[in-house]
Design a protein around this ligand. Structure first.
Ligand SMILES: NC(=O)c1ccc[n+]([C@@H]2O[C@H](COP(=O)([O-])OP(=O)(O)OC[C@H]3O[C@@H](n4cnc5c(N)ncnc54)[C@H](OP(=O)(O)O)[C@@H]3O)[C@@H](O)[C@H]2O)c1
Length: 337
């Protein structure tokens, strides 16, 4: 079978992405399932691994997301049957409850081999069923970006109708957050660095939009748009250079789902913004298998489909990565096998 491996190249922290032929795995053990991979999607995390910015083991198979079909089941597997449409989980060992880890050592495409391969055999608990109404491409966007947005707003944020949500930029997590917030009847304020993308945000239901490069003090604009009150939730994907403004943009008692590192990880901020506004800052690392199952169930009720910007063939993974680097995408970039 065809697969992709990452090899360290040169003395710099760079990697080369090589296509290899591997023997397809055959033996399905107790509690395991064999899955034919049909689609994956690219996340900022995958980009970090594939470009060597997030060091991984030499020869690692990248990609965290998978949508596929169960081809064989091992003994003692009762949850799935042959032919089921399944999606992978970001943390195969975090089934339910509170997290008890703080790294990516068990994450496919980082600490363990991922889904840039045509067939995998893994424990059944490393998958959940996919939403019935989604194609493989659509389902492949859920397991990192979708679940992160859902956990941020629903599982941890306890989002309620008529609340206001601030989203930053137009990447995978942010667009899912917009769609989930609109599905619940919330108001959304969205930012982007592109006028064209701001228009697309409005078409998707964003109530107010801000060009964060032209309006550099965008938190003041958010306060103006909310009659000085601020927003109930911020889906914070910017990191170091956006965090302080996210605090300023929040209402008293507001919630910040701290998710991303797009502008870095070292910030100097006025802690009084957090203290005086009594903000709830919630660090988020994707979600558990149970949260994914709850998200999949919720999707049956939601009226939206993932926003897929562009689809690349598996053979064309290198070009997909180059496209991701340009930052032109709006929503998700997908890989079809
Ligand atoms: N903690 C977690 O569990 C978790 C899970 C998934 C992702 N993440 C993190 O969340 C972030 C987004 O991930 P993703 O996969 O959604 O990324 P992505 O799809 O690659 O999205 C990147 C987008 O972010 C926007 N952006 C860049 N700099 C920005 C800034 N200064 N302010 C506002 N927006 C900015 C840009 O939107 P415009 O082109 O519209 O400006 C860009 O297109 C990354 O840092 C990623 O590591 C964390």
């Amino acid at each position: 079978m065809k697969a992709v491996k990452l090899f360290k190249s040169g003395s710099e922290q760079t990697t080369s992405l090589e296509f290899v032929n591997l023997e397809a795995p055959k033996n399905v053990g107790k509690g395991e399932i064999k899955v034919k991979v049909y689609a994956s999607s690219l996340n900022y995390h995958d980009l970090g691994v594939m470009t060597g910015n997030m060091p991984s083991e030499n020869g690692r198979i990248p990609l965290a997301d998978c949508s596929g079909i169960v081809e064989k089941i091992g003994t003692e597997v009762t949850e799935f049957k042959i032919g089921d449409h399944v999606i992978s989980t970001f943390f195969p060992n975090w089934l339910d409850g509170t997290p008890n880890f703080s790294d990516f050592s068990c994450v496919p495409g980082d600490g363990i081999d991922g889904f840039a391969q045509e067939v995998v055999i893994k424990p059944a608990t490393a998958f959940t069923l996919a939403p019935k109404k989604y194609s493989h491409l659509q389902a492949s966007t859920l397991t990192t970006a979708g679940l992160t947005a859902w956990r941020a707003l629903i599982a941890e944020g306890h989002l309620k109708a008529n609340e206001t949500v601030l989203i930053q930029g137009t990447g995978g997590v942010s667009i899912f957050a917009l769609q989930i917030a609109k599905a619940l009847g919330c108001k959304v304020i969205a930012t982007s660095s592109s006028h064209e993308k701001l228009e697309r945000l409005k078409q998707l239901g964003a109530d107010q939009v801000i060009h964060y490069k032209e309006v550099t003090d965008w938190s003041s604009k958010v306060l103006e748009l909310t009659d000085g009150k601020g927003v109930d939730h911020v889906v914070e994907v910017g990191g170091a250079n956006t965090f302080e403004q996210s605090c300023k943009a929040c209402k008293v008692g507001g919630h910040i789902a701290l998710i991303g590192v797009l502008t870095g990880i070292h910030a100097s901020i006025q802690t009084l913004y957090i203290l005086m506004k009594q903000l709830r800052i919630n660090g988020i690392l994707v979600g558990s298998r149970k949260q994914q199952q709850d998200f999949v169930a919720a999707i049956q009720e939601y009226d939206f489909y993932p926003v897929i910007d562009k689809v690349f063939a598996f053979n064309d993974l290198r070009n997909a990565v180059q496209y991701q680097i340009t930052g032109q995408h709006f929503g998700k970039i997908c890989i079809e096998y």
